[in-house]
Design a protein. Structure first.
Length: 77
C-alpha cells in the first residue's frame, strides 16, 4: 500500500515536470541545463525546442502510465 501511494506521488511529479517542459519558453528551459545550452549552441533553437518538447511528452506519458499502475495496485487488483 505504501509503495502505491509513493508511486502516485512520484507519477504526479512526472506529470507536473512533463507539462512544465511542454509549456516553458526555451530560455527558461536551458537556464540551468549545461547540456541544453550546448545543444542550443550546436544544433540551433528549433532542434533544441523539439528535443525539450519530446522529452516533456515522454515524461508526461511515463507519469500517466505510472499513475495508472499505482492507482490500479492501490485499489487491490
Amino acid at each position: 500500500m505504501i509503495v502505491s501511494i509513493v508511486g502516485v506521488i512520484l507519477s504526479f511529479f512526472l506529470l507536473v515536470n512533463g507539462f512544465a517542459a511542454l509549456r516553458r519558453p526555451l530560455d527558461e528551459l536551458v537556464k540551468y541545463d549545461p547540456l541544453g545550452r550546448r545543444l542550443l549552441e550546436r544544433r540551433g533553437e528549433r532542434f533544441t525546442l523539439r528535443m525539450y518538447r519530446l522529452f516533456g511528452l515522454a515524461m508526461l506519458a511515463l507519469g500517466l502510465v505510472a499513475g495508472y499502475a499505482s492507482i490500479y495496485r492501490l485499489m487491490g487488483a
